[in-house]
Design a protein around this ligand. Structure first.
Ligand code: CP
Length: 301
């Protein structure tokens, strides 16, 4: 089997192949499937707009039949486990299941199973990993700069709760970028220093090539740590208009979205010239086409 559950498991060559295939799909390349019919199911146990709809768009563009699956009306509501749900979909002949779940590493029992034959794609596991977001972010950076080598990338904000940050810091570092961090120390962990350097945002903003702002993940703040007012967070850690004016002309703004406007960044910056937030959403479809093609055919991974 050929699951796509974390970027750490991929070599740099495999990541670059996926990026280039995503770019090719964006330019109009098509998939020549080996089988006449493939089935995909998208199981989202946490809310999603971009990941869910772009996977479904990618599946339809590839000609994959999308099974209708709604977690709120499935037998999960009768107490059926995730494992038994995927066992069932596998028995029905589903080729790939894209799953988002609040539990970190939810995919492990599924990929360890000898009976489950469906491919598993991680659409985000709690605060663990978000490998498809990582790939679309890498594709967006590569499309802009044509290299990762010595590129300065700042990852800013609620890092400890962000699966996007964890996937991106590892891969960016491995691909040769210089990674920097900023944001509240309460939402940072020393273990990330293995991948980059922590600096105040006012130092970073003038020198980096990418300002990657992260969403404040209110739904994961159950630990009673300090809560900031929106205005205080924006002024202390956010990309304000004033800070953005100090960015290099060639530097870009990224955010995985959804954006808390006027918190992580000023609302006007979402669609500003230097923002690639909308491009990230568009690239999500093509990066996910590359992922699905790879897991369904084992052609790349
Ligand atoms: N970036 C991202 O994962 O967005 P959704 O939660 O809307 O899927």
């Amino acid at each position: 089997l050929n699951h796509f559950v974390s970027v750490e498991r991929l070599s740099n060559i495999e990541v670059m192949k996926l990026i280039r295939r995503g770019e090719a799909f964006k330019k109009g390349a098509t998939w020549q499937p080996e089988k006449q019919q493939y089935f995909a199911a998208n199981l989202f146990f946490e809310n999603s707009t971009r990941t869910h709809t772009s996977f479904e768009t990618a599946e339809r563009k590839l000609g994959v039949d999308v099974l209708s699956f709604d977690t709120s009306t499935s037998s999960i509501q009768k107490g059926e486990t995730l494992y038994d749900t995927i066992l069932t979909l596998s028995a029905l002949g589903t080729d790939v299941c894209v799953i988002r779940h609040s539990e970190e590493a939810f995919f492990q029992p599924l990929i360890d199973s000898k009976t489950i034959k469906t491919q598993i794609v991680n659409g985000g596991d709690g605060s663990g990993q978000h490998p498809s977001q990582c790939l679309l972010d890498l594709m967006t950076i590569y499309e802009e700069f044509g290299t990762f080598d010595s590129l300065k990338v700042a990852i800013v904000g609620d890092i400890v709760h962000s699966r996007v940050a964890k996937s991106n810091m590892q891969m960016l570092r491995r691909l040769g970028a210089e990674v920097y961090f900023s944001g509240p120390k309460e939402w940072f962990s020393e273990e990330y220093m293995a991948f980059g350097t922590y600096l105040p945002i006012d130092e970073l903003v003038k020198s980096v090539d990418v300002m990657m702002m992260l969403r404040v993940q209110h739904e994961r703040h159950h630990d009673g740590k300090q809560v900031f007012s929106k205005e205080a967070y924006h002024q202390t850690y956010g990309l304000t208009i004033e800070r953005a004016s100090q960015m290099k002309p060639s530097a870009i703004i990224m955010h995985p979205a959804p954006v808390n406007r006027d918190v992580e960044l000023a609302s006007e910056l979402v669609e500003a010239k230097q923002s690639r937030i909308v491009t990230q959403m568009t690239n999500g479809v093509y990066a996910r086409m590359a992922i699905l093609e790879a897991v369904l055919t084992e052609a790349i991974l």
